[in-house]
Ligand binder design. Structure first.
Ligand SMILES: Nc1ncnc2c1ncn2[C@@H]1O[C@H](COP(=O)(O)OP(=O)(O)O)[C@@H](O)[C@H]1O
Ligand SMILES: [Mg+2]
Length: 297
């Protein structure tokens, strides 16, 4: 784990509690993300997911601890890390296309204008935006289209790490489903590393290689890392037929419904807090006892 592409080491965040005191959102949280992995983090509202994300993005500084990417500690925002928030954060005075070319031109300063445009149009196409729509401003686009632009913009910059904070939270279920598929398509084509926050269990199972489960705060912990033992490419209708689907889903539901509360509020006593790996594979014939396998790391 020490050599992970993204390495989070003993991350602690303390905030004022509004009553003159302070509280720890999480203490000594430690985990790694490998290159090319798609990792989702699931946890109840307020447990500290966005706090972790903002630290990874370089938008917030932890009280203590370090985040290393490719072995180097990160400090401040960087074009190496692309961020997509729930509320789109597009520049309202630029067209969809210009919202993408703007970042691409900054990222690749020696590219010609045509190359920047061509590259940006290609990424917009991958998320289903083409024709007149790309010349419209955000106010003239639907919520789903705006979020597609945000995703195209983030991927087009080809950051080493993509950070997505509940990017589909504001979308209706149908649009959400389509954009999840598009996100998977773009990700497959680039093999970028993605770290995504969601509170939607089914979304996390569909998208992730691994799901990090966070307990409730304060003193939240990234308690488990659940392998999604369902082969890709995945399809939202076929995935539920896979023998591991409901076993994994039930585990996640049980964690969020009960254990996230039971495990909450334990101080770290200065110890590195690493998630336990949970590997559920009912198709694993080599095992004596089929069912749920827990192995600690
Ligand atoms: N800048 C801040 N100052 C004080 N408290 C904060 C700040 N940002 C977040 N918090 C608190 O930290 C906790 C975690 O917040 P957040 O990371 O936004 O949760 P999540 O994204 O999991 O819903 C919450 O209790 C929230 O109120
Ligand atoms: Mg949040």
């Amino acid at each position: 784990m020490a050599h992970s592409f993204l390495s989070i080491e003993k991350l602690t965040q303390v905030y004022p509690d509004g009553n003159g005191g302070s509280f720890s959102v999480f203490e000594d949280a430690s985990f790694g993300v490998e290159k090319g992995e798609f990792v989702c983090i699931l946890g109840h509202s307020g447990c500290g997911k966005s706090t972790i994300m903002n630290i990874l993005a370089g938008l917030d500084e932890p009280t203590s601890g370090v985040v290393k990417m490719d072995g180097t500690a990160i400090s401040g925002p960087s074009l190496d890390r692309g961020v997509v928030f729930q509320n789109y954060s597009l520049l309202p005075w630029l067209t969809a296309l210009k919202n993408v070319t703007f970042g691409v031109a900054a990222r690749f300063p020696d590219w010609s204008r045509d190359k920047v445009t061509e590259h940006s149009v290609a990424f917009l196409e991958k998320v289903g935006l083409a024709g007149d729509a790309i010349h419209r401003k955000p106010s003239q686009l639907s919520g789903g289209m705006r979020q597609r632009v945000s995703i195209a913009r983030a991927f087009a910059n080809e950051p080493k790490l993509l950070l997505l904070d509940e990017p589909f939270g504001a979308l209706d279920a149908l649009t959400r489903g389509t954009i999840q598929d598009e996100l998977l398509k773009v990700w497959r084509g680039t093999n970028q590393t993605v770290f995504m926050i969601t509170h939607d269990i089914d979304e996390a199972i569909l998208l992730a290689d691994r799901i990090l489960l966070m307990t409730n705060g304060p003193l939240a912990r990234v308690a488990e890392s659940v392998d999604i033992t369902i082969p890709r490419p995945r399809n939202r209708t076929a995935i539920v037929e896979h023998p591991n689907y409901y076993a994994i889903r039930n585990h996640l539901v049980h964690f969020l419904g009960q254990r996230s509360q039971e495990l909450a509020g334990q101080p770290s006593d200065g110890q590195m807090q690493r998630p336990e790996t949970v590997h559920i594979d009912l198709t694993d014939d080599d095992s004596d006892e089929p069912g749920e396998h827990l192995r600690a790391v």
